[in-house]
Design a protein around this ligand. Structure first.
Ligand code: THU
Length: 133
C-alpha cells in the first residue's frame, strides 16, 4: 500500500462524514501490519461533545477487530467536502495514536492530490504515558 493509495482511501472515507453542524468532512485510512486498512470519518452529534474524529473511528474500528500493530495513517479533510488543505489530527487523536504507535509512525496529511509526511513523534513529542502500577 503506497502513501498515495492510502491518501486516496482517506479522501474517499471523508465522503461518509456525518457533519451537519460543522460541514467539515474528515476521512482517515489506517494501514495495519497485516496489510488490512481501516477507514474512519468524523461523526458529529447535536450535543457536540460526543462528536468523534475520523482518526479515532479508524483506530477504534481496528482495535475492536483485534488489530494493534499499525504502519501509517492518512488523513484528509476540509470544509464543505473540499479537501484542499492539510487537516492535522487534533491533540486527542494524537494521544490515541500514541497508545498504539511508536514515534516513527508515519502520519500522511493529504491535500490537492499530494501529501505532507510527518511522524507521530514530530506531532506529539511528549505524550502522556501512564505510570501507574
Ligand atoms: N475532526 C476530525 O475528524 N479529526 C480531527 O483531527 C480534527 C477535527 C472533525 C471533528 C468535527 O466533526 C469537525 O472535524 C470539526 O471540528
Amino acid at each position: 500500500m503506497t502513501d498515495k493509495e492510502l491518501c486516496r482511501m482517506a479522501e474517499s472515507a471523508a465522503e461518509a462524514a456525518y457533519n451537519p453542524y460543522s460541514r467539515f468532512a474528515v476521512g482517515a485510512a489506517l494501514l495495519c501490519s497485516d496489510g488490512s486498512v481501516y477507514t474512519g470519518c468524523n461523526i458529529e452529534n447535536a450535543s457536540f461533545t460526543p462528536t468523534v474524529c475520523a482518526e479515532r473511528v479508524a483506530v477504534f474500528k481496528a482495535v475492536s477487530d483485534g488489530k494493534r500493530d499499525f504502519v501509517k495513517i492518512a488523513i484528509a479533510g476540509g470544509k464543505n467536502g473540499r479537501l484542499d488543505g492539510i487537516c492535522p489530527p487534533c491533540g486527542v487523536c494524537r494521544q490515541v495514536l500514541s497508545e498504539f504507535c511508536k514515534c516513527d509512525f508515519k502520519v500522511l496529511l493529504a491535500f490537492c492530490g499530494g501529501h505532507k509526511i510527518y511522524t507521530l513523534g514530530e506531532l506529539l513529542p511528549v505524550s502522556f504515558e501512564f505510570a501507574g502500577e
